[in-house]
Design a protein around this ligand. Structure first.
Ligand code: PEP
Ligand code: MN
Length: 335
């Protein structure tokens, strides 16, 4: 981190500021040019609060030269992290697909979809029990009952389950969930992230609707800094000025994230596009960009789905996408 001092900063104030940094375990490399005086802070600056340094009257500007995240940083952990859930691996060359309905709606629905996605090669069953809806008048999910139905679908198929949590108070209800999803709207619910960091359950962290890559990685850092290093990142589209798709899939986030972090990165083309026919091309683009997996919404009757029907594939359509995904994974591995 580089601290640029204001011209004419009184020496005793500079010494006091240096003392504060040294007390934080940092060493200081000073350099004085014709017009500027700089302090180069050497050591772990992840705990230095840039805003409070800027609050000093002798500081002109502060520049970070290293990333503020450590545990998620590939620099300190060059090898890919492989997350293993119920014998299924994601990351480090292991590609996995999570599929299922946006919302769990009934036992018959979730079991039928689970069987369909399993037959097509999905490794995990996804399904929302607690749903973060834009309108309080929309279907809010079956909540605890939905979790019970997911357990039944797991028992019927053996597929591990991934489902979204919205509230720290619900953590006990999720004790036997195989992978806990943090949705886009909660990516910066820091209290929730910290609590989930104290569990061992792998966490699927979705990118916030308007979050930068650095903010996304800092949210992963919140979970990891509490001890849970089993985090999978999910790019699910971001808000842009373009209204023809629900979001804009930030495909460049995939290679960018993979260069910055060792954590597995998956893509959700369903929420990115909001349109069923676009799921296939975006899924294939994700594979080409180096994603470690996909999350895809599948419903047995999309026209009557209680949420996100327009972006949901039928099990038959999903099977067609999976065929192409498998071939693409093989093709890009061979390059
Ligand atoms: C979901 O996966 O069902 C969901 C609500 O996604 P997101 O948080 O990405 O909007
Ligand atoms: Mn959905």
């Amino acid at each position: 981190m580089i601290v640029i001092l204001k011209p004419g900063a009184p020496e005793q104030d500079v010494r006091a500021l240096c003392g504060q940094f040294q007390a934080q375990g940092l060493s200081i490399h000073e350099s004085t040019g014709e017009h500027t005086r700089l302090l180069g802070l050497i050591g772990d600056t992840s705990r230095v609060d840039v805003d409070s340094v800027l609050a000093s009257p002798i500081v002109e500007a502060v520049r970070r030269v290293s990333e503020p995240y450590k545990k998620a940083n590939r620099k300190f952990h060059p090898a890919d992290t492989v997350v293993e859930v119920a014998g299924r691996k994601i990351g480090g060359g292991h590609f996995a697909v999570m599929a299922g309905p946006c919302s769990v709606e009934s036992e018959a629905q979730i079991v039928e979809v689970a069987r369909g996605v399993q037959a097509a090669g999905a490794a995990f069953l996804r399904g929302g029990a607690f749903k973060p809806r834009t309108s309080p008048y929309s279907f809010q999910g079956m909540r605890a009952e939905g979790l019970a139905l997911l357990r039944r679908a797991r028992a019927a198929t053996g597929l591990p389950i991934v489902t979204e949590i919205m509230n720290t108070e619900h953590i006990p209800l999720f004790s036997d969930v195989d992978m806990i999803q943090v949705g886009a709207r909660n990516m910066q619910n820091f209290e929730l992230l910290k609590e989930l960091g104290r569990l061992k359950t792998p966490i699927l962290l979705k990118r916030g609707l308007s979050s930068t890559i650095e903010e996304f990685l800092m949210s992963a850092e919140y979970i990891m800094s509490e001890g849970n290093e089993n985090v999978i990142l999910c790019e699910r589209g971001i808000r842009t000025f373009e209204p023809s798709t629900r979001n804009t899939l930030d495909i460049s986030a995939v290679p960018m994230l993979k260069s910055k972090t060792h954590l597995p990165v998956i893509v959700d083309p369903s929420h990115a596009a909001g349109i069923a026919w676009m799921v296939e091309p975006l899924a294939l683009a994700a594979v080409a960009a180096g994603a470690d997996g996909l999350m895809i919404e599948v419903h047995n009757d999309p026209a009557h789905a209680k949420s996100d029907g327009a972006q949901s594939l039928t099990p038959a359509q999903f099977a067609g996408v999976m065929d192409k995904v498998r071939k693409s994974v093989e093709f890009f591995r061979g390059l």
